[in-house]
Ligand binder design. Structure first.
Ligand SMILES: [Zn+2]
Ligand SMILES: [Zn+2]
Ligand SMILES: [Zn+2]
Ligand SMILES: [Zn+2]
Length: 136
């Protein structure tokens, strides 16, 4: 109990220090001489070629992925106790999650096949400049 009382103020102090740090963005100051943005302040995202969207890696752009409920089999094995034979019987039942198709709308992209680019956050452009951590 004593040790908790000792460490508590230290934890609070650490939280306060972390809260004082801010990420400050410094826009590119090189102007037209900048090889990256040529003075525009932003440059086209290279991972999505400026589209802001990337092909969904989960479904490879198909918009459909294996059904989560049946793992793409289209059927689910149901166990049922049969009182006549006194045994548990297994039988395959059509998956209700995908209607037996084995595939459903991709959960990662909601079936669109595309998702926001992770490198530019969907903007297609990346700000040219640097980030610094500064104390306030
Ligand atoms: Zn620049
Ligand atoms: Zn299914
Ligand atoms: Zn997808
Ligand atoms: Zn991008």
């Amino acid at each position: 109990m004593k040790s908790i009382l000792k460490t508590l103020p230290l934890i609070l102090l650490l939280v306060l220090v972390a809260g004082c740090e801010t990420r400050v963005f410094h826009p590119c100051a090189a102007g037209p001489a900048c090889r990256t943005c040529h003075g525009t302040g932003s440059y086209r995202c290279t991972s999505c070629m400026g589209r802001g969207q990337d092909r969904c890696t989960q479904c490879n752009g198909m918009g459909r992925s294996d059904c989560n409920a049946c793992f793409g089999r289209g059927t689910r094995q149901m166990s049922q106790f049969n009182p006549n034979t006194n045994m548990i019987e297994y039988r395959n039942q059509q998956c209700t999650g995908c209607g037996g198709a084995g595939k459903g709308a991709c959960w990662a992209c909601n079936g669109s096949g595309m998702k926001a680019c992770g490198s530019c956050g969907g903007d297609g452009m990346i700000s040219c400049g640097t980030y610094t951590i500064e104390d306030r």
